[in-house]
Design a protein around this ligand. Structure first.
Ligand code: ADP
Ligand code: MG
Length: 270
């Protein structure tokens, strides 16, 4: 199955799972290009507009943090970026490709090959080894087993998990180790974008810092990272922060203006 443009996924070379990936478009094309997206939920209670004209561009190698309180639309935005949900209106171009033109199968392929997901709750298989968890996204590919193992080992090495843990069951690991395994699993397909929803939400601050350092290293290796959080300290690790409020995205400056207009009590930021 081929998606829209001619893409081949080369095997990582030279022991580098995080190597450069040939982009289908020029380096000045945003990896993520969201234009005036609305998402209106329809339920028995009526209509609810969770995203109100969201526009967002993220360039290759950028580490963007999106911060907002509960109910502001973070998960809705993440599901949109992750091609798990479709905007009611507006467009979303991922690596220059309009995702609204894709079939369900093509979207599934896009998610499996171009996007890596990291969740607050790790979402590992507890009774599978670390290595098997990381190899999982490669299950339905035609990559031979020996190559799958090699790629999983590279991904685990790139997130700094010592080899003695590779054969452990994932439920024998600490929270920080589990999240690093989950990041390795998100990386094993060499995706363009890593989408992380509150990845440090279940970790103490020292362990969370270790995980954030892993994201910084990935960003230095050219990965594009979008991380959602409600913690301003987490945002300090990214290149740029956008704020989301009632389904609208605001830059740092716009957010400050809103906070000042509310007498400095905008959202209890210190
Ligand atoms: P966050 O992740 O920031 O907490 P969400 O994106 O989950 O916010 O939700 C944004 C708003 O949309 C909330 O008010 C929520 O109640 C509403 N919402 C989310 N999903 C649905 C749905 N399936 N049907 C109706 N309303 C929804
Ligand atoms: Mg949420």
């Amino acid at each position: 199955m081929a998606i829209g443009y001619n893409r081949t996924t080369p095997a990582p070379t030279g022991g580098q799972v995080l190597g450069a990936h040939p982009a289908p478009s020029t380096s000045s094309t945003p990896v993520i290009d969201v234009r005036n997206v609305f998402r209106i939920y329809e339920s028995a209670a009526g209509y609810f507009t969770a995203l109100r004209g969201v526009s967002l561009q993220v360039m290759r190698g950028e580490f963007l943090c999106i911060m907002g309180p509960s109910g502001s639309g973070k998960s809705t935005l993440m599901n949109t970026l992750g091609c798990l949900d479709t905007p009611t209106s507006g467009t979303y171009l991922l690596e220059g490709l309009d995702v609204s033109t894709l079939s369900d199968d093509e979207l599934a392929e896009l998610r499996a090959t171009r996007l890596g997901f990291v969740f607050q709750s790790f979402n590992l298989l507890p009774r599978a080894t670390v290595l098997r968890n990381v190899m999982l996204p490669l299950t339905y590919t035609d990559i031979p087993k020996s190559e799958r193992t090699k790629r999983a080992v590279r991904a685990l090495t790139s997130v700094g998990l010592p080899p003695e843990y590779f054969d452990h069951y994932s439920n024998e690991l600490s929270g920080g180790q589990m999240q690093r395994v989950a990041i390795a699993r998100a990386l094993v397909n060499d995706p363009a974008v890593i989408l992380a929803d509150e990845p440090t939400g279940n970790l103490d601050s020292a362990t969370g810092e270790m995980v954030l350092k892993t994201f910084v290293r990935l960003r230095e290796a050219g990965k594009t990272i979008v991380l959602i959080t409600h913690d301003p300290e987490v945002c300090a690790w990214g290149d740029r922060t956008m704020h989301i409020r009632d389904g609208r995205l605001l830059s740092d400056e716009e957010e400050r203006a809103v906070v000042e207009a509310h007498g400095g009590t905008g959202r209890g930021r210190t």
